[in-house]
Design a protein around this ligand. Structure first.
Ligand SMILES: [Zn+2]
Length: 770
């Protein structure tokens, strides 16, 4: 690689690091504080210790400029809400009485006040707390956290760069506060918010910060001209402040598109851009605007969202191109490393062959440092790392794990015929009616029943070797018998086995499919103190043996009513895992679909007349840019149909989705060609049923009438009235009565009472209609 002696030294940096610590110390400390086992000082000391460890980790890996302020006790968007003083009215008294307890009250609610709403951080599996703003919102700077954490890093001797959520993204993440006109646009508050940012920036400068990073990931979504104008105004104002640090505006998760020329023209000192995956288009975008002429470019070339080793030579070639487009090019991960587990080195149970392909946060930081070194001093200095990387990539490419010829041949041979059911819905529905012999307005549940303490204890006992497989299986069988007996006695029409054997709807299947690997310590923050361990889809996928047939068949043997077979769909199996990056995702989806298809066919052969394939992730996986959505929906719906279309016409296929807003995916929902769809609808008063009806959706629909997110038991009258609302949209012969979602997190008694009321409500509606 050419190495210009005029080029300044390239620095290695990242935007954020996992917060939890090696053994999730943060979770334990916060939950201990909530439970009253530890005081605030103890929690603060643990948090400071974790920050210290994270900075030391990064410095040890060779990161020259470490981030600060990215740490959070719960969520960085909530931290921003505190920083700008946008405390909701209902939380103000608690916050003023005790900022720490007030902070947690906003996050989790209390007996008296509801928390802020939580939603997904762009298309990741991290959830943030949604700011609530209105025309009366008064902002006031509270720079204590960003300044305090910067000073901490400074005292420890680090060259640290505070990282803040940028003002435009903050407003775009917000929603109108309760009681405010739902049409209120938070971006109209920009002029009020900017002085607060100016204040925080000045305080950081006074504390000694040379650079401050402002994250604007919302700009990688399609934004209207008004938002682009707001961006221009925001950075003109912040960029021309007299007392300010140098400003680095960061974006990630996709390309900036139309926002790139706006930011490039703003008087800021540098941009941090993502150059991985679809965001690689930023390279052309940057060339089109003529580069950053003399300013700083931070190039995110190491994917911060997946768990795979970087292709170092490819990244170096991207970096070499970028050298001509900026005054100084630094190297980074594409986004905060918050989205990956901490350290692959502790995963002693992953086969060494696969472990050699993996990079978690610690390894990614080292890759970034290696690339920066290669860029600054020439590739000779990193020759050893390059050779090792080349060998690992070559081994991955030819491994039997990534190249199972049987799986590949089968996936390549899939034809359109296999993705279509033998008969169209309008014809097969009569066969299903004859076979199932259900009443009108059939009642069912979504799948899971309450996971009791006894079940959790049984799983722990099995893991610890206190009971053997046979004893564990007997506990599962006993639970299934009880769940079936309850449903029969209550009078539900289509039963479920309750899923007592399943730890998690993705992990359970991942553990049984070839091609997936599990981690032991690979925790990733989902929200607050909740962490998940996504499985890693590393190789070609196949199903060595049936996964669910045994318990479904056992449940069916306990009753003459139909028991639903229950599976997680291919899109969700990918969305909640780390998916291989060495082949198109559509190819991976097809392999998973074929494995699940085998399970569907086996369930049918074992006697299941109803099979439900859940796709809660179908909508959340929608690409951030509209232009990429048709291709996504194409492979996603194909994978779902490939999973389900292998059954006979008289077998009824259900799906379930956990949300009420379908908007642009309505056509895709129809393209799934299911017989019955159940959805979340109780809290939105059946709005989704009306939307489906307006779109001409021709199939059976179960809009949820029992809100399972609340411990409240809905009364029969309330359920009757919701069913009537459903009937206003969906005719009786196509309507089902069911809860909003699975019952796993609810208490047993409230579930029993609620389902009794549900069955009674359906009976009353039926009686009314005949
Ligand atoms: Zn659900």
């Amino acid at each position: 690689m050419a190495h210009s002696s005029a080029a300044p030294t390239s620095l290695a940096t990242v935007y954020g690091y996992p917060r939890q610590g090696q053994d999730r110390e943060l979770k334990k400390a916060i939950e201990g504080y909530w439970a009253g086992r530890a005081g605030a000082d103890e929690l603060r000391a643990t948090a400071a210790g974790l920050r210290r460890t994270a900075w030391r980790d990064l410095a040890d890996a060779g990161i020259g400029e470490v981030p600060c302020g990215d740490f959070s006790l719960y969520d960085h968007v909530l931290d921003t809400t505190v920083m700008v003083g946008a405390i909701p009215e209902r939380h103000r008294a608690a916050f003023e009485a005790d900022p720490l307890d007030g902070y947690f009250a906003m996050a989790r609610g209390t007996r008296e006040v509801t928390p802020l709403e939580m939603t997904k951080w762009f298309d990741t599996n991290y959830h943030y707390l949604v700011p609530e703003l209105g025309p009366d919102t008064v902002f006031a700077a509270d720079p204590a956290k960003p300044v305090g954490e910067f000073q901490e890093a400074l005292t420890l001797g680090y060259d640290a760069r505070p990282v803040l959520v940028g003002p435009v993204t903050y407003l775009l993440l917000a929603k109108p506060a309760p009681g405010v006109d739902p049409g209120f646009d938070p971006v109209t508050l920009l002029d009020r918010l900017l002085p607060v940012y100016a204040d925080v920036l000045a305080r950081l400068r006074a504390a000694g910060a040379e650079w401050v990073q402002l994250d604007e990931p919302a700009l990688v979504q399609d934004q209207p001209p008004a938002v682009l104008d707001a961006v221009a105004r925001a950075y003109r104002e912040l960029g021309t402040l007299t007392r300010r640090p140098k400003l680095l505006v960061a974006s990630y998760f996709d390309q900036l598109g139309a926002a790139l020329p706006v930011l490039a023209a703003a008087p800021v000192d540098g941009l941090a851009l993502d150059f991985t995956g679809p965001a690689a288009a930023n390279l052309d975008g940057l060339a089109r605007v003529g580069g950053l002429s003399g300013r700083r470019l931070v190039a995110g070339v190491v994917d911060g969202r997946n768990v795979w080793i970087n292709d170092l030579e490819r990244s170096l070639s991207t970096l070499a191109t970028l050298l001509g487009l900026a005054g100084r090019v630094d190297v980074a991960a594409s986004c905060s490393l918050l989205h990956v587990p901490l350290d692959v080195a502790v995963e002693s149970e992953i086969e060494p062959e696969i472990a050699a392909w993996l990079a978690f946060a610690r390894q990614k930081a080292a890759e970034v440092a290696t690339l920066a070194q290669g860029l600054a001093r020439g590739t000779n200095v990193i020759a050893g790392a390059l050779a090792g990387n080349r060998a690992a990539l070559a081994a991955r490419k030819t491994s039997a794990i990534t190249c199972d010829q049987v799986v590949r041949a089968r996936a390549a041979a899939v034809t359109v015929r296999e993705t279509r059911r033998a008969q169209p819905y309008a014809e097969r529905v009569a066969d299903q009616r004859a076979r199932l012999d259900l009443p009108v307005l059939p009642t069912t549940t979504i799948g899971s029943f309450p996971q009791t303490d006894e079940l959790r204890a049984a799983r722990a006992d099995l893991l610890a070797g206190r009971i053997d497989e046979a004893a564990y299986d007997e506990r599962i069988a006993a639970e299934i018998r009880e769940v079936i007996a309850f449903q029969e006695k209550t009078g539900l029409d289509v039963l479920v086995h309750g899923e007592p054997e399943r730890n998690d709807m993705v992990q359970y299947f991942a553990e049984r499919l070839t091609g997936y690997v599990a981690t032991r310590h690979g925790w990733v923050q989902s929200y607050g103190t909740r962490y998940v361990r996504p499985p890693i889809l590393a190789g070609d996928v196949s199903r060595p043996a049936p996964m669910t047939v045994r318990w479904t068949t056992y449940a069916q043997s306990q009753t003459s009513r139909p028991v639903k077979g229950m599976l997680t769909g291919p899109v969700t199996m990918l969305a909640w895992s780390f998916v291989r990056d060495d082949q198109p995702i559509a190819d991976t989806a097809r392999q998973v679909a074929l494995a699940l298809r085998d399970e569907v066919v086996d369930l049918e052969a074992a006697g299941a007349a109803v099979i439900q394939v859940d796709e809660p992730a179908l909508r959340e996986t929608l690409p951030l840019r509209a232009a990429a959505r048709p291709a996504y929906l194409e492979w996603a719906t194909e994978a779902f149909r490939l999973t389900t279309a292998g059954v006979r016409p008289q077998t009824q296929i259900h799906t379930h989705m956990c949300y009420a807003e379908f908007g642009e995916i309505l056509a895709a929902i129809d393209a799934l060609d299911v017989d019955v769809i159940s959805l979340e609808a109780a809290r939105s008063h059946m709005r989704v049923a009306h939307e489906l009806a307006e779109a001409g959706y021709p199939r059976q629909v179960g809009p949820g009438v029992y809100d399972i997110h609340s411990p409240r038991v809905p009364g029969t009258e309330e359920l009757v009235s919701l069913l009537r609302e459903g009937l206003a949209a969906i005719p009786l012969e196509r309507l089902w009565a069911n809860p909003d979602c699975g019952l796993k997190t609810r208490g047993r008694q409230e579930v029993h009472d609620s389902l009794r009321n549900l069955v009674e409500a359906a009976r009353l509606i039926r009686a009314e209609a005949t």
